[in-house]
Write a protein that binds this ligand. Structure first.
Ligand SMILES: *[C@@H]1O[C@H](CO)[C@@H](O)[C@H](O)[C@H]1NC(C)=O
Ligand SMILES: *[C@@H]1O[C@H](CO)[C@@H](O)[C@H](O)[C@H]1NC(C)=O
Length: 173
């Protein structure tokens, strides 16, 4: 009866690893991903795939002499592509790394006309998932482990029955 132990062990080990708390270190996001910061890219949905937290970084990679990065204050300026009152303006080099240092919404546009074709991005920054909340919320992981144990017991019972009945236990897993 040594054979059933291995297929049971692997998923249990995997789940225990997956349940480990995620690191809360600051992340760096390249705006636009492989498309970088450029004209004719629509950045409307790019932020949707991420969560941005205080301390994270936005990296704008762009073609020098063509584009710039301007942080504007609010949705009104963002909607109108109005760069007349920039909070931050960066147009040198080919990359701009910006730290998100507070919660709330940030607005960035390119001031050189390309904003109108979609070269603007807005991200909502949330509180950093600091260390304390992890300790306070062990229940989902514990529940998952209990579920795995119950499943493992059921699977072991099934394979034992199968072995007794002469059926291949792998069918039951
Ligand atoms: C965030 O950074 C900006 C400059 O990039 C600075 O003016 C501002 O005071 C900082 N805010 C906080 C809360 O540190
Ligand atoms: C960008 O895409 C969104 C929907 O994905 C659309 O509503 C918006 O009009 C587009 N912007 C431009 C400038 O094409």
């Amino acid at each position: 009866m040594a054979a059933p132990n291995l297929p049971l062990f692997l998923p249990v080990a995997f789940l225990l690893l997956a349940a480990a708390p995620a690191p809360s270190a600051a992340e760096k996001f390249v705006v636009g991903g492989k498309k970088n910061w450029a004209a004719n890219v629509n950045y409307t949905t790019w932020p949707d795939q991420y969560h941005f937290h205080v301390g994270d970084w936005l990296q704008f990679n762009y073609a020098r002499d063509m584009y710039d990065v301007v942080q504007v204050a609010d949705a009104a300026a963002y909607d109108k592509c109005d760069a007349s009152k920039p909070l931050v303006k960066y147009d040198r080099g080919r990359g701009f790394v910006f730290q998100l240092n507070h919660t709330g919404r940030y607005y960035f546009i390119c001031s050189r006309g390309y904003c109108w074709s979609g070269m603007k991005v807005t991200v909502l920054v949330e509180e950093s998932p600091a260390q304390p909340p992890h300790a306070a919320a062990p229940s989902p992981n514990a529940a998952a482990r209990h579920g795995v144990v119950a499943w493992a017991v059921a699977a072991a019972a099934a394979s034992l029955c199968a072995a007794v009945l002469g059926l291949p236990f792998a069918v039951w897993l």
